[in-house]
Design a protein around this ligand. Sequence first.
Ligand code: MCN
Length: 797
Amino acid sequence: MTLVDEPQTEPAKEIGQARRRKEDARLITGKTTWTDNMVLPGMLHMAVLRSPVAHATISHLDVSAAQARPGVVAVYTGADLADEQGSIPCAWPVTPDMVNPGHPSIAVDRVNHVGEAVALVVARSRTAAVDALEAIDIDYESLPVVLDMEQAVQEGADLVHAHTSSNTSYHFVFDAGEAGTGTDTDQAFADAEVTVSRRFVQQRLIPAFMEPRSVVVQPVGDNYTMWSATQVPHILRVMLASVTGVPEHKLRVIAPDVGGGFGGKLQVNPEEILSLLVARRLGKPVKWTETRSESLMTAHHGRDQVQFIDVAADREGNVKALRVRLLADMGAYLRLITPGVPALGAFMFPGIYKFPAYRFECDGVFTNKVPTDAYRGAGRPEATFAIERIMDELAVELGMDPLELRRKNWINADEFPFTTVAGLSYDSGDYGMATDQALELLGYDELRAEQQRRREGGDPVQLGIGFSTFTEMCGLAPSRVLGSLAFGAGGWEQASIRMLPTGKVEVVTGSTPHGQGHETAWSQIVADSLGVPFDDVEVLHGDTAISPRGLDTYGSRSLVVGGTAVVKAAEKVVAKARKVAAHLLEASEDDLEFRGGSFSVKGTPGASIPIQQIAGAVFAAHDYPEGIEPSIDAEATFDPENFSFPHGTHICAMEVDTETGHVTIRKYACIDDIGTIVNPLIVEGQIHGGLAQGISQALYEEAIYDADGNLTTGTFVDYLVPSAMDLPHFDTGNTVHPATSNPLGAKGVGEAGCIASTPAVVNAALDAVRHLGVTDIRMPLTPERVWRAIHLGGDGG
Ligand code: MCN
């Protein structure tokens, strides 16, 4: 890949160039202002007292001693704020009868998970606020703690919420037979020659973004400006307005540069609501920044599912039916999209395979743990893991090669567009091509030969090769489809482009990057669309006063939806500039051609004007064409007809030390198809980041609660987030089958690596030790678990 970072004066084709990210200099040299760097005159600091118990009533709460502490301005309890705090919104009611117990930002009389807010101190300094927390006198009366989902759904189980009749929030069913996209699933299982059933555990994960959550609220009269390290300033503004009653037009939300989110900042946090309420009460600016411990303990977690999956096939290996039942841990409350995350998996479990029959059921279950919600991939890594794992199990049952089984059942390149049994329409791809290229990149034949040698020689270090031939639905959008899934927002995105009098270009986007490099990619798109130099483009984002309309960044949607809105706005800018150019060149619009950033009159050499001059001409003009306003700008909204469906083949070669249980990734090769690539350097970075998180789920990460509901992995000493040293070299590549749902032909990449990699790693470990009788190893594959699975049997868990 050739890196492009030299200043550029001549417009060239930008899309496809590996440009270094223009935002990186300020991000990595600390020259930006993160939310916690903000200092406002008279600013107060908020600290939160958190429950040390998982389930209890608050029997006594006295804040008077804290109020008397030096520097303390106010102390608030849940009772103080009961009338104002409303309930933290849940925007995805997946079934009409879903039970939502309500979620106070600060507990009023009862706590439901360790870390829940029980009191707030507002003080002149952060240390004064934190010190005063210790002076709060609070007693709890313990209630039974509900932690295990499978027990929580039993008849007569203790209840997380006393006012509900069970711990089940909802029961969501997708039945392809009933939906008309497949045949009767139970019948298909009854008729099947071979069936395989498995129970997989998707452990609880913590998003662990680099910049902790932080919020500053500045009141000016009855207007409020909030800076927050959020992925979703637009959604946050709407939700805050509806919860707190601060009118939307009097609330400006700014997401400055944000140090990572991974879905963990796709949220309306209790502390965002509380900071706003406190600033309103006191009429003073207020800041809250979490500690790392607060972050791990109280920011929403991800995954946490028990998956029961059955597959049916004939003896030749043709798949006949798929049945999935999920228990999904909601934690104690429903946050912004908690219930929708596992339900989204309904559409992804069949993967790339042609199942004639399919049924999916999911129960959302309450427990006394911090709520779960989006974490990179949200719903799709879980589904991909289960289908890619069980395809291997089916291959073993049939005595077939796992790739041969996949090839036999996947959608062939000449079958696109293909409507899946889950009702999605996959638009393009070639699973065989991606697989063949990945095999070559890996050096498959040599590794298989080595595996054979080690097996025959009884080597203590065994070698395994694992596959994941995945697809995913991303590019969230389309509004109509999201609406039919009861998703509480549309899926469109907006952009506007203003050509400034000096010829520079200002682009305003509704997407809100928090590490994805949109400023660079959007500049490349605009440079090509308008024929202007890359460095003349400035991309503005993340401020509801500057970009009033937007739906933010998640679901690998930004390029295919937000980037396309930029393309559409640029087309309108060119159309408007064309009218002015025709006027200035005294030619008919039809006689003009636009190339390389200039309009010229066909057949009249020398009669031309660059678009960058037109903006200046309009600014200074006393004479502009009839019906044209004196500005070269435009706004566009894009709402695609379909999701985008990246796909690829990931292959992991893994060494397993059978004596110690230690696993080492020997090689990792992947070919991803994300359609047209705007910036290959950014794309590779996104794949690497996703792989790190997916591999880390397989090998390292797990949020663990003890029997009392305490998070025992509440520090980075106990919760293993990998560094580069813990990860292998990645061999990556791409095939390109453009998406048909957007004019760029792009498919999302932000989650692909994370979705694809986890099953490849676990399949590789099993392939290494299956001949020793191991049929499953529970994630993460710690040396202890691997050793136990080899030497004691079971899944090592
Ligand atoms: N891109 C490209 N060509 C493509 C596809 C994408 O050049 N065919 C580029 C885009 O222009 C963009 C980047 O790749 O700069 C990611 O684009 P996209 O796939 O549209 O994903 P989003 O920008 O919507 O990012 C969301 C996705 C998600 S859901 C999570 S979670 C995530 C992720 O991106 N969190 C991240 N990547 C992250 N990266 C960082 N550094 N930090 C996070 O918190």
